[in-house]
Each structure stands twice: as C-alpha cells, then as structure tokens.
Design a binder for this molecule. Sequence first.
Ligand code: 5RP
Length: 223
Amino acid sequence: MAISQQELKQQVAQAAVEYILPLLQANDVVGVGTGSTADLFIDELAQYKHLFRAAAASSERSAQRLAKHGIQVLDLNDVESMPVYVDGADEINALRQMLKGGGGALTREKIVASVAERFVCIADESKVVDALGAFKLPIEVLPMAVASVSRAMSKLGGVAHIREGFITDNGNPIIDVAGFSVKDARELEQRINNIPGVVCCGFFALSPATVALIATQDGVKTL
Ligand code: 5RP
C-alpha cells in the first residue's frame, strides 16, 4: 500500500531532526521554517530541545508552535549566526532551487535562511519538479503596488491574482502569478526583485537549498 503524503511529511520531519542533531551545539540557534512539513519538524525537534539554545522562526505561526513546546524563540536581530535553517517547499528542482510561499511566509523565510550556514529543505516527493513554475509564484508586495506589480508580471508572461483575504505577518498582500515557463529561475528571481514595490518573490534560486531531504515511497533520499 502506498505511503500517504502525510506519512511522507512525518518521515522527512524525523529525518531532518536526525540530520541536524550532529550539527548542533548547546549554544546554537535553529532556524525554523513555515508550513505543514515545518510544523511536523517542530514537533520532532521539541524532543531534543535540551540540545540547543533557542530557535528563530520565519512566521508567527511557527513561533507560536515552538513556544508551545517550550522552545525559546529569539528575535532575529539577536541572532548572529545559525548552523542550520530547516523549511519545506512548494517545488524543488534538481539544482535545489525552490519555489516557496504557498503559506505566505516567503519574506521572513528568505531572511531567516540568509542568516543560516545551511538551508535544509524537507519535502515529500510530490514537490520535486523538472522546472519551477507549475505552482503559482507568490510575491509579497507593498499594498500600493498590487496593480503595478501585477502589470509588470503580465509583461513577463504571467497572470497575477491577489491572494484574497490574506495579509502577511509583515502587513502586506500577496499576489500569486500563474503561467511562467521558467528556464532560468535565478534570472527571473533577480528581475522580479528589481521591480519597485516587490518585497520578496517566492523563487529561492539565487540562494538554493544546501541539501534537500525528500521523502519517497522508497525511503528518504538526499538531493
Ligand atoms: C510557506 C512555504 C512552505 O514551505 C511551503 O508552502 C510548503 O508547505 P507545506 O510543507 O505545507 O507543503 O513556503 O510560505
């Protein structure tokens, strides 16, 4: 019988904890991502909270979950470095470039990840793609730039829709852009970053994951 997606997420969450424990020292801070896979990782990590100092979270949601487990959550301004950041992805390719932001936490995810020495991506096999872009690209924008950034996206060949009823932890809307056929995610990420009003786009290609743990029907594989 096939292993369900939920079980695969659980397996990869456990594998991530086993992967990072040897990297951690007593005074270390762990970077923690956002989403259903990250939630499972937090629950696993909690069993080992005596082995590290604290966490830095990429969302209020994850911060609350960490705190419920009794894990101290630090303001990122008080964290100089972290050995590791662990997070899920909506898509990941063979270069470990990712498309993220389905949960809307992309900006804080990119910021927290930038402080860590390694980005460990955890995902089930449904997230592995040949080319990024089938999943709609989330872009966090300043409120006054929703229309102008959406027009810029249509010039790049995408179709943008505002995410209804959603505001990020930073107080901004998100537009989701469909229809990109992505040949060079690094180039597209750079172009989108340069559009006035864009806070952050969901491509994580300029800084891809250091390693990806992918849960498959045949066990957790390393990419
Ligand atoms: C949130 C994200 C998540 O990592 C991404 O959406 C994957 O989520 P899940 O683990 O629930 O499939 O980028 O902003």
